[in-house]
Design a protein around this ligand. Structure first.
Ligand code: SF4
Length: 205
């Protein structure tokens, strides 16, 4: 098995796999079925330090003209908010690449008392893709199996706060039978953000 990757790439996007912890347990999560994506092993043996992430990034970020750097791996990046902020600041200081976060939207639950959206904007995050994967709270419980109560409502609040912080926000969902995609589209409209349907390859979107 290959050494676990902190940095990996698909097409022209550079991805950061900074944690394997997640506050959801989606039944479709790719982590249950595979060890990685493409030829990359994304099963970390331990969480890399901020310094390790930056050092690894330094080795790849100037190798080609990437479209973006994306926090997206086998876990929820905002469970390590301070690391996301530090690495984003480094990217903004040393490159002109846009920074995107793929998140389950639990940022405020995982970081109580923090102004998560505002901190992300100030650090330089340009775009956030929020994986919603449910059209109501009951479906969210069934499909995403969150560790916290009222998680669906908190995800909606996260989306709204991120939009108000002037970050480009999109809601995404995978095409699975439990989800009413039209209702998710309507929710996204109501929240004033775009909706994007993803292929059923979770964690890569
Ligand atoms: S699909 Fe994403 S949000 Fe769901 S358990 Fe996997 S890593 Fe977490």
């Amino acid at each position: 098995m290959r050494t676990p990757s902190i940095v990996y790439w698909l097409d022209n996007s550079l991805y950061l796999n900074i944690t394997n912890n997640c506050s959801n347990n989606c039944y479709f999560c790719i982590r249950k079925f595979r060890k990685g994506i493409d030829n990359f092993n994304l099963k970390l043996q331990s969480e890399p330090s901020t310094e390790q992430i930056i050092k690894t990034l330094q080795g790849h970020v100037h190798r080609k003209i990437w479209n973006e750097v994306v926090f997206c791996g086998f876990g929820e990046p905002l469970s390590r908010l301070d690391t996301v902020l530090e690495v984003t600041k480094w990217i903004c200081k040393h490159t002109v690449l846009p920074v995107r976060i793929n998140t389950n939207g639990h940022g405020y639950i995982l970081n109580p008392g923090r102004d998560v959206a505002e901190e992300l904007r100030k650090a330089g995050v340009n775009k956030i893709s929020v994986s919603l994967n449910a059209h109501n709270a009951q479906t969210y419980q069934t499909v995403c199996k969150p560790r916290f109560e009222n998680a669906f409502q908190k995800v909606l609040e996260f989306i709204e706060k991120a939009r108000k912080a002037d970050i480009n926000v999109e809601v995404t969902a995978v095409q699975i039978p439990e989800i009413d995609l039209q209702k998710i589209r309507e929710l996204a409209d109501m929240l004033g953000v775009k909706f994007r349907l993803r292929r059923y390859i979770p964690c890569i979107w």
